[in-house]
Each structure stands twice: as C-alpha cells, then as structure tokens.
Design a binder for this molecule. Sequence first.
Ligand code: NAD
Length: 469
Amino acid sequence: MELDKMDLEQIVNLVVEQLKGEDTSSYCKEESKNGVFNNMNEAIEKAYIAQKDFFKNYNLEDRRRIIKTIRKELMEDVELLAKLGVEDTGMGRYEDKLKKNKLVIEKTPGVEDLNSEVFTGDNGLTLVELSPYGVIGAIAPSTNPSETVICNSIGMIAAGNSVVFSPHPGAKNISMKTVELINKAIEKAGGPKNLVVTTSNPSIENAEIMMKHEKIKMIVATGGPGVVKSALSQGKKAIGAGAGNPPAVIDETADIEKAARDIIAGCSFDNNLPCIAEKEVIVVDSVADYLIFSMNKNNVYHLKDEEKIDKLASMVIDKNGRINRKFVGKDAKVILKAVDIECEHDVRAIIVETEKDHPFVVTELMMPILPIVRVKDIDEAIKLAVEVEQGNRHTAIMHSKNVDNLSRFAREIETTIFVKNAPSFAGLGFGGEGYPTFTIAGPTGEGLTSARSFARKRRCSLVGSFSIK
Ligand code: NAD
C-alpha cells in the first residue's frame, strides 16, 4: 500500500509529539547483551540504576528467590561452564572445574549470612544491620574465572548490591558467559536487569576506570600482588584477595600413605591453579623416603634427572623469577613433553626433590610441579615453611598426629586457611566443613568472603523503649 504525502506528514508529526519531553540522549547509549557492555562506564551506570531499583523495590524474599534461581540455572549449564573454562583459558582440568563450579553454585552463602546485632538496656534498643554498599567493582582472576564470578555475584546480591566485573583478558569468554547466564536467571526470577554486569573488552585500563569511578563504592580484587596493591591504593573501601604459596609440612607422626594421597590430590586439583593448592612439600628426613615412595603410588611422575630438572626450571621460570604463563595450569603430561619426556597415561603431578631455595619452592608456580624439601626435624620444617610462605598469610597444610606440632605451626604460619590431615581443598569446604569462596581475603582480613563481607554495618538506635529485660 502506498502512503500519500498527507499520511507521511501525519506520521512524522505523531512521532515528534511522542518524543517531546523524553530524554533522547539515552537512545545513543548502549543496551547490554545480558549484562555485557562494550563500554565500562556504561556498564557501571546501568549497574547503578539496577542497584537503586533492587534495594528500593525488592525485599529479602525476592533476593532469596533470585539466588535460588541463579543456583538452579547455573547448575543446568555447569558442564558448559567447566568446558568453556578450560577452552577459553587453556588452563586446568574439565573434571576439576566441574567440581569447583558445583561447589560454589551449591554452597556459597546467600541472605542467611546477614546476621544483625542487637544491644538492649535501660536506654532502649540498638540494632546493627548489614546494608549494601551499592555498586561493587570486582576484579576476577584467570585461574578460577567462572567460580569467582559466581561466588562473588551470589554474596554481593545477597547483601543487596549490584556488581561490575572486570575479568582477566585471558578469561574473557568464560567470564562473559557466566555473567550472561546469571543475568538470564535474575530476569527469570523477576529481578532487575543489569544487577551483574561486565565489559566485552576487559583490560587493565578498564579495571582502572572501574576502580576510580565515583559510583563504585567498594572494590573486591582477587588476583596477584599487582592488582591487590592497586585496589588498596584507590582511597575507597577495598577487599584484597591476593597470592599465596602454600607449604605442606609432614612430620614423623603423620599417616604417611594418607598424607601422600591427600597432597597429590590437593596439588593436582585443577592442575594446581587454586591459590590454596599445595605448592611445596617440607618433610622431616626420617619419613621423607616413605612419603616419596607413597606419592609414587598416586599417579605421579618422579623427575630425578638433574639436567631435565634444570631445563624444566629455566623453561617455567625466567631469570627475574617470573613464571612462564605458557605452562600455568597445563597438564603434567604437556609440561613433561616440553622436556622430552613422553607419558602414555595421564599423570596428575610431577614430583621433584629440591633444595630449600630452589625456584620451584619459592615461586608460586600454579602448575602441577611439586617440589619436595627434606629437613632435619619439625623445628626446621616450621621455620622453612614460614619462610617460603613469604608472609602472604594465605594457606598452609600439615600432616601430623602431634597436637603440639599442629598448634605450633598454625600459630607461627598465621595463614587465613590452615588444613590439618586433608587435601588443601578441604579448607574451601570441599570434603571439609564450612562454606566455599574463591575470594580469600588475607591481606585485608575478611578471610573467606561471603555476603556479610560485602555489606556495611549501619546502626539504628531507638531510645527509651523496647527494652523488656
Ligand atoms: P593476575 O594478578 O594476573 O590477574 C588478576 C586480575 O587482576 C585480572 O582480572 C587482571 O586483569 C587484573 N589485573 C592485574 N594487574 C592489574 C593492575 N595492575 N591493575 C588492575 N587490574 C589488574 O592473576 P591471575 O593469574 O589471573 O590469577 C592468579 C593469581 O591470583 C595468583 O597469584 C593467585 O594466588 C591469586 N589468587 C588469589 C585468590 C585469593 O582468593 N586470595 C584467588 C584466586 C587467585
């Protein structure tokens, strides 16, 4: 059908009338694709609007329903997340990423984590409530990308915030996918759009823009020393979850066969990517041979050739002590191939006996290479473990039945997580008690973060009433 001139004029006038009074500047701005924006500033602005709406119009029951739906929907796609995690980063193991993702989906605490405090007395009643910060800026690592986005999102939403993620560029696709799935779940539960957002072009520059933005009221940085230092120097509330180099100490009272099994399970979990994973073993001399013998029964390759050990060290660590990212999170088989060792079957880890100051011991490798250092006795073991942990105060593991030794090491190492007679991942609630997180805040002291870590304490005082003691 053809429109005559009169019809066209009428239509144009009608549209102009409808647009009058509307703010048309927003038409140029970008709409997200399930929480993913090209522009970081735009992502923050949208997360700001979402948080205002969320806090004003949604109650605690709504938050519970939204989190329940996020858990359900993510669990349906957990295999995809594990697969994409390995594909996108080129690091880790599918079957372990599956376990890590399931752990945070199921067990990250929600609204129930927000306990109020109360004071009552002659002067009445005072309540301390846990309120949202507003928009949180969260920086996520390449080593546990979807896991960090999931546990941070659940905790931050439970506390009434919205969150802007700045992921690692090397984990861009898996991080965007996780944000998209969370947004779809929130929408399905009737929640606001853009409560969890990110950018399609993550970079250090975008992380800087995010941290400095006036609408970001809290920064949560999960990563190495660089990002934690940057987050803590922004002049606003920041949580820093930094690097570790967890030692595992074994004394002569330990169940050696179990210790060997547990240490290999922990150090090879997701190819040693978790910051809590055993990074070096310190064993008293009297049980060292038996420990190594027992480790050999747990699908490891015992590298003894001095020449190959040197070659491996120069390949994975440069002269300045920096790790070669090409080998981070790779299968032991792939690492062995680089030093011309072919393995027919899958190997969980490479064990190597070294001196105490070997680069494998003092560097956070994040690869399934486990250095083993012999020491004279428990005194030397504890002293060395404290030294190689390097003041990170992150994680330590001990295998012993001597309560005095256990207590002494726990006291002296001062780590956020101390695991006794189990693989390191028991400290994350995997085979151990307690809730999980992949943001373990040692430097700023929140410890294993959860919803309450992402909330502000606010006091409400009612004077002269409601004390019925
Ligand atoms: P990384 O430090 O290279 O990157 C982490 C994040 O910080 C990334 O998003 C990256 O883009 C960003 N980033 C890095 N430097 C930055 C800077 N100067 N300014 C702004 N942003 C910056 O770490 P990674 O290799 O992805 O992860 C491994 C490291 O993270 C290890 O040291 C590990 O121990 C640590 N980690 C700690 C925890 C914890 O809970 N404490 C959890 C996971 C990983």
